[in-house]
Design a protein around this ligand. Sequence first.
Ligand SMILES: [Zn+2]
Length: 239
Amino acid sequence: MISYNEKGDGVRQKKRIVLGIGMICTLMIATVYMSRFTHIIAEKEWKVLNGIVVVLDPGHGGKDGGAQSGEIMEDEINLTIAFQTKELLEQAGAQVILTRDGDYDLADKGAANRKRQDIRKRMDMMNAEDVDVFISIHLNAYPNPKVQGAQTFYNEKDEASKEFANLIQNKLKVLTKSKMTSKPGDFYLLENAKTMGVLVECGFLSNPNDRALLVKEEYQKALANVLYKSIKEYFDFLM
Ligand SMILES: [Zn+2]
C-alpha cells in the first residue's frame, strides 16, 4: 500500500521520464532535419545546376563538315565549344548529354537520307523526357564577307525559348560587340522541339574578323562561358 503523496510522486516521476524521452526524440529529429537542410544549402551554393539535364548539340560532323573556310571546318569548332561548355556545366552539377562526341554524324550506315536521319536522331535526344534544355551549336557563313556577329535563334512557339535566347544574345553582344538580336529560327530542330532550347550561330566563318577569333581556344572558351552562364542564370532564377 502506498500513501496518496507517494502515488503522486510516482506519477510525477513517470511524467518527467516521458517528458525527457520526448525532448531527446525532438532534439534528434531536429538535428537530422537541420543536417539535411544544411546539406541542401551547401549543394545549392556549390552545385547550382544539380538535377538539370542539358543536351549540347555540336552541329554537323562526319562527311558533313558544315561551313568551311580553307582548312577550317565548322563541325570541329562546334565540337570544341560543346566540350568546353560541357566541362563548365558539369562542374556546376548539371548532367550533360552530347549528341556527338567525335567526328561523325548520327545516321545509320547506308541510310537513304543521311542528313534527315541525323537530324531526327539529334531531335530524339533533345526531346527525351528528362531533358530540361538543349543548345544546338553552329557557325555561320554568308556570301558577303562583311557580315559578322553571333546570333541566337529560338522556337517562335515557345516563350521560354525566346527568353533563354535573349539571355544568351545579351551576353554575346557584350562578347562580340555585335548589334545582332535574337530571332525566331525556321530550323527543323527548333520547330519540332518539345524541349525548351535554342540554336546559336557563334560567328561567321566567312568574315575575316570572326574567323580569326573563332579558331582561338581563348575565344571558344569565352563562347562556352556565355552558354554556361546563360544556363546557370536561367535555372538559378527558376529554382
Ligand atoms: Zn551549321
